[in-house]
Design a protein. Structure first.
Length: 224
């Protein structure tokens, strides 16, 4: 028998990128696609606000097909659940057995995912769960993973971090109490380089804007 087929929940950020790296190293499953929720009004990755064109470049660099999940904006819990139910139905029909997530330590989020997948035929999997985030962040950087901070919650982190590169210097500058991986929602990222990609993603920095109480650093596809 071959390895179980798995989909990976792909936010475009560092945690999902590192999850892909771990899944490929572990070799227990065959990752067959990346699942990303798209704000269909803005044409961007939900929360991370990354342009679809950059998401497509990421997927191409991983060599995996992209499973887009369009959601409205604003999106109710019921609408989100309905969109994900369609993905689960398709996945099971195509022989997928595992859905992987890049969650780190938030028990309520894990419990929600496990509840949503219970009885569907898909087994939830958390390849980087429980790793100390200070160690994990440094391991990511040491591997060559690089990301840009695309979104900052100013209630938890100074807006000046928006647009910065996720690297050792950023980790050194994070205030005490801010999770090094931003797992509490302090910041979100877009991964543009790392061992999970065939080649780095060419990007150009855009403006930082404030919207809905968050600070977003826009990123633009660069010519290649």
């Amino acid at each position: 028998m071959g390895r179980p087929k798995a989909l990976l929940s792909w936010s475009s950020g560092k945690d999902s990128a590192w999850s892909l790296q771990r899944l490929r190293q572990d070799d227990a499953v065959e990752v067959v696609g990346l699942v990303t929720t798209i704000n269909q009004v803005a044409g961007r990755v939900a929360m991370h606000a990354v342009r679809e064109a950059l998401l497509e470049r990421q997927a191409a660099a991983t060599g995996l097909p992209l499973w887009r999940v369009p959601i409205p904006s604003p999106c109710s819990n019921a609408e989100y659940d309905a969109a994900m139910t369609q993905v689960v139905t398709r996945a099971v029909a195509e022989g997928v057995e595992v859905m992987a997530f890049g969650d780190l330590f938030l028990e309520d989020i894990r419990a929600y995912r496990e509840k949503q997948l219970a009885g569907t035929g898909l087994e939830p999997h958390f390849p980087i769960w429980g790793i100390d985030t200070a160690e994990l962040a440094r391991e990511m950087v040491a591997s060559g993973l690089r990301a840009h901070v695309t979104c900052v919650d100013p209630r938890q982190l100074d807006p000046s971090f928006a647009g910065r590169t996720f690297d050792d210097a950023l980790l050194d500058d994070l205030p005490e109490g801010v999770d090094p991986c931003g797992e509490n929602g302090e910041f979100h990222t877009f991964t543009f380089a790392g061992p999970m990609f065939d080649a780095p993603i060419a990007i150009e920095p855009g403006p930082v804007v404030e919207r809905d109480g968050f600070h977003f650093a826009d990123l633009l596809p660069a010519a290649v």
